[in-house]
Design a protein around this ligand. Structure first.
Ligand code: 2HA
Ligand code: ZN
Length: 281
């Protein structure tokens, strides 16, 4: 990781991962976005100490109210910002907003130094946070959206089916069933940034931390920048193997289902849930 420091510890932790996503080829130009539901006590203390004159900005109405997120602070990439610039221009790439007025609006509290606002996908991020905060009992805090090439390629090569995609990936690397036992859930092709895609995403996020925006990219939720990066990295690696196998004429065999069952017994402690799809053949 490159040396990087910032007055806001959460920016210091997040920015190197954002830059790494660009290095990986996942977030070209302004592609992709990330948001982090920050621990309230810590971020309010940092803002009070470091930015005591941060002025009260006007409340901006949200596309969709999120009452369960009222009062929460989010570190969010800005609309049109480049992941590549995260380390050089963190105060432009990132902003911090607070959800206010019973979850019907947000106000900017820091960042977006050149003007601007949170990502065009902010409404979907908030839907995702509301669902995953509840489902994970508050554990998950970071949502990352990337245009991961191997993952996207599979949406042109395989049926748009969550079970089929998940089993194909689990059968490519033994780690996969342990790292994403909840599987990858497929959202049908829908227009980015719309209420429709937000609702379809929310339905799938009830069941999994990872969803596929068909022909577009991955949208994943985890506890920290490090963990969400690792999750996307593992899914993308399995997709690369699957795509190579398909390119070579298709699989002659896969990791046996009985081995997957054994793996999931042996590593049950390390998994976020019992594996989906394994016993519903
Ligand atoms: O440009 O990736 O999905 C940001 C996006 C929209
Ligand atoms: Zn995108």
């Amino acid at each position: 990781m490159p040396e990087f420091s910032h007055a806001i510890s959460f920016v210091e932790e997040m920015a190197p991962f954002v830059r790494l996503c660009w290095d990986m080829g996942w977030n070209e130009a302004n592609g992709g976005n990330v948001s982090w539901r920050l621990p309230t006590d810590e971020i309010t203390a940092i803002l009070r100490r470091r930015f005591p004159r941060a002025k009260e900005n006007p409340a901006v109405p949200l596309q969709r109210a999120q009452p369960t997120l009222d009062g929460e602070y989010f570190l969010v990439t800005g609309s049109g910002q480049f992941f590549r610039h995260a380390l050089d221009h963190p105060d432009e790439v990132f902003g911090i907003v607070q959800i206010v007025n019973d979850g019907t609006a947000y106000r900017r509290v820091w960042g977006y130094a050149m003007g601007g606002s949170p990502t065009s996908e902010f409404a979907t991020h908030l839907v995702g946070h509301a669902v995953r905060k509840r489902v994970s009992g508050g554990r998950e805090r970071v949502i990352l959206h990337c245009h991961v090439p191997e993952f996207i390629a599979l949406s042109f090569l395989m049926p748009l089916d969550s079970r089929e995609l998940t089993l194909a990936l689990w059968q490519k690397m033994p780690e996969c069933i342990v790292i994403f036992p909840d599987g990858v859930r497929v959202v049908p092709p829908l227009l980015p940034g719309t209420v429709k895609i937000a609702e379809a995403s929310a339905k799938e996020l009830e069941k999994s931390r990872i969803i596929s925006w068909t022909h577009h990219g991955i949208f994943a939720s985890e506890e920290s920048p490090e963990r969400v990066f690792a999750l996307v990295e593992t899914v993308e690696k399995a997709c690369a193997i699957q795509r190579r196998v398909l390119s070579a004429g298709g699989p002659q065999r896969g990791i046996d289902m009985s081995l997957l069952s054994e793996l999931s017994e042996n590593f049950a402690q390390a998994m976020v849930c019992r594996p989906a799809f394994l016993n519903d053949a």
